[in-house]
Write a protein that binds this ligand. Structure first.
Ligand code: ADP
Ligand code: MG
Length: 320
């Protein structure tokens, strides 16, 4: 297939649009909100089980752009795959647009993956057909939506223009730079007009110039598509460019950043993960008193075993 063959693709024919496209309101599908409730996932291995998610509680509003941060192996990719319906969690719920993805039957999952959710895997070539052009890759990515007779809100050319791929639309993706492949992969993720776009480490293999290009395009894609976007990243520049970050630590939500300030999060069951720098002075099994004041909450550490006993005695005797 070539660009000239675009005429057979309805409104996806060449020439390229140069103006920044905006989704036609009539076609626009409202973005999904997400609610993860006590989400647990175990990978079963022959000798042992790996607990990848240990009770994730996380709410994301419709249309939000959220970055998931955190060290390697803490469950970020697992969480994306669960949200995408590629992996059934061992326990808990993942409500996307109010529907529990963990309990969808095969037909519901097929439809969800065809038109509602787009996932962009970490290696851009894992999302692309290397010997097809950028145009063809984006076109093929919406095949499931067309089979269900659902018109993608953004045409192939809209996406090419939105992601700045006009000059390489007719090139095989195998011949593109890493950054261009990543942009093409992002376009395929959004091609079906999903209401939720899940992106795993979009800039991890790029140099600073390409990283900035992909980061800018990602914001354009979020604004232009109106979709809810959840992305995993290790990239501090990209993380700094989003209003909300969620740090996943040890299979749970650790902290949340809002406009650069970090906050601890009280989980559904009342637990709080303490940040690593605090855990250095509070080893496991440390006993703390939680004291409420008019202007805040204090975590009080008994100074010694004797201090602990005298505090307990004071408590038993009551105030004098
Ligand atoms: P992250 O994306 O944060 O690096 P992952 O979700 O990939 O973390 O992995 C979380 C944990 O689950 C890790 O301990 C990892 O080794 C393990 N894991 C991931 N995928 C599999 C798998 N397919 N089989 C077994 N263990 C896995
Ligand atoms: Mg990962």
């Amino acid at each position: 297939m070539t660009a000239a063959a675009g005429g057979s693709m309805g409104d996806n024919s060449m020439p390229m649009l140069e103006a920044t496209p905006v989704v036609d309101d009539a076609l626009k599908r409202s973005p999904f909100d997400i609610e993860c409730i006590s989400l647990v996932h175990l990978y079963h291995l022959p000798d042992s089980d790996v607990v990848a998610l240990r009770g994730v509680d996380l709410d994301i509003s419709a249309g939000e752009l959220v970055a998931l941060l955190g060290p390697s192996g803490t469950g970020k990719s697992t969480l994306l795959r669960v949200m995408a319906g590629l992996l059934r969690p061992s326990a808990g719920q993942v409500l996307v647009g109010g529907q529990d993805v963990a309990r969808m039957d095969a037909a519901e999952l097929r439809r969800y993956r065809a038109v509602d959710v787009g996932i962009v895997l970490q290696d851009p070539l894992a999302n692309l057909l290397p010997y097809a052009t950028v145009f063809e890759n984006i076109y093929f990515a919406a095949e499931g939506a067309r089979a269900l007779e659902m018109a993608p809100p953004l045409s192939v050319n809209d996406l090419i223009s939105l992601l700045g791929l006009t000059s390489c639309a007719e090139r095989q993706v195998a011949t593109l730079s890493g950054g261009e492949q990543q942009l093409a992969a992002l376009a395929t993720g959004a091609a079906a007009g999903g209401r939720l776009l899940l992106i795993d480490e979009p800039t991890s293999q790029l140099d600073p110039v390409e990283r900035d290009r992909v980061s800018g395009a990602l914001h354009d894609l979020h604004a232009g598509s109106g979709a809810t976007v959840v992305m995993v990243t290790h990239d501090p520049h990209l993380a700094a460019s989003v209003p909300r970050t969620v740090t996943i630590r040890d299979g749970r939500v650790g902290t949340e950043g809002r406009h650069g300030t970090q906050y601890a999060v009280v989980g559904r069951d009342g637990t709080i993960q303490l940040p690593p720098e605090i855990l250095e002075v509070l080893p496991r099994d440390t006993l703390l008193r939680i004291v409420r004041h008019a202007d805040g909450i204090e975590l009080r550490l008994p100074v010694s075993e004797e201090g602990l006993l005298s505090e307990a005695r004071t408590h038993e005797e009551g105030p004098k």
